[in-house]
Unconditional design. Sequence first.
Length: 127
Amino acid sequence: MVSRSRLSGVYAAVVTPFDRGQRVDLDWMTQHITFVRRAGIHGIVVCGTNGEGQWLSAAERRAIVEHVSIHKKSLRLIAGAGFNSLTETAEFAAFWITHSPGCRSTNSLSISAAVGGFTVIITITNG
């Protein structure tokens, strides 16, 4: 069961670091979230709020969230679950909420599409 509590404090949208080979640099990310935590930030938002989410594969996103869940210590975690596919968005939001230790909630960009002359905007939030 998902615990629902109010978000409070200051959350930082952290960038996803890449090495010279364009692979996600999890070691650098650990150093960065340690810096952010020591600066007094209460929580972090990963995978998408800085625009890099669309460039990450599902496997890369999963690796980032799982890695950060282990190394975040006292930081609260919000994971970006916005994909171009509504199905993938829902699947990852459910996975991260139920299987990632320390993942409080997800965020998602709105998905809009033209359907029968109407613009449909779907926003999935959990928090």
